[in-house]
Design a protein around this ligand. Structure first.
Ligand code: GRF
Length: 192
C-alpha cells in the first residue's frame, strides 16, 4: 500500500516540489502519494506552486494561536485524510506533543546541516561563515526538540571553492532536492 503523506511548508517549497516531481515521474510514486500540501501561512509561495501542480492544498494561520491549539486545529483538519506520514519541508513551527503522539515516528524533517554540529535556523549561513569545506544534509525523525530526532540518513555537500552564501545554498539545495526523496523512498519501501 502506498503511504499517504502530507507535506508541510512555510515558504517557497522547493523541497516539496522536488518530492512532488519524484512522485510524479520517479520511484517515489511507487511507495507514496501526496494527499495534501499544508502550510501555517496562506502566503507561502509553495502553496500556490503546489496548487498549480494540481495538488490538494490546505492552510491554517498560525499567527496568534498557541502551539497546542494550533496543532489541534491541524489534527482535526487532517483526521479525515487518513495520513501515514507528515513530511516537513521548510516548515517553521515546532510540533507539539499531542501532534507527535498522533504520528509516532512518522514525522520527518530535512535539516541543512549535520544535526549534531548545528541545530536550528541559519545552517547555511553557519557553514559559510565558518568557511567549512563541506557540510551535511540530514533527514531525521521529528521529536519534541529542534532538530534532535533520530537521524535516518545524512549526505555530504562539497563546499570547496564556494565563494559566497548564495553558492553554499545552491549546492546544498541541489543535494536536498535529490536526497530527501531517496531517504523517503527507503523508509516507505521498508515499512509495511
Ligand atoms: C531547506 O533548506 C530545508 O532544509 C530547511 O528549510 C529550507 C526549506 O526550503 N528545513 P524550501 O522551502 O524547501 O525551498
Amino acid at each position: 500500500m502506498k503511504k499517504r503523506i502530507a507535506i508541510f511548508i512555510s515558504g517557497r517549497g522547493s523541497n516539496m516540489l522536488a518530492i512532488a516531481k519524484q512522485c510524479e515521474d520517479g520511484a517515489l510514486g511507487d511507495v507514496c502519494e501526496i494527499v495534501v500540501v499544508f502550510s501555517n501561512t496562506p502566503k507561502a509561495a509553495g502553496l500556490k506552486a503546489a496548487a498549480n501542480l494540481g495538488l490538494n492544498t490546505m492552510w491554517i494561520k498560525s499567527k496568534g494561536s498557541s502551539r497546542e491549539s494550533f496543532d489541534q486545529q491541524i489534527i482535526d483538519k487532517l483526521e479525515p485524510l487518513n495520513l501515514d506520514y507528515i513530511v516537513l519541508a521548510g516548515y517553521m513551527r515546532i510540533i507539539s506533543e499531542p501532534f507527535l503522539k498522533k504520528f509516532p515516528n512518522r514525522i520527518i524533517n530535512i535539516h541543512p546541516a549535520d544535526t549534531q554540529a548545528f541545530k536550528g535556523l541559519g545552517a547555511y549561513e553557519w557553514a559559510h561563515e565558518n568557511k567549512l569545506d563541506h557540510t551535511y544534509i540530514t533527514v531525521h525523525l521529528v521529536d519534541k526538540g529542534v532538530d534532535t530526532g533520530k537521524v535516518l540518513d545524512k549526505r555530504k555537500v562539497d563546499l570547496r571553492r564556494a565563494e559566497n552564501l548564495q553558492e553554499v545554498v545552491k549546492r546544498g539545495l541541489e543535494v536536498e532536492h535529490k536526497f530527501y526523496s531517496e531517504v523517503l523512498y527507503q523508509l516507505f519501501k521498508n515499512k509495511a
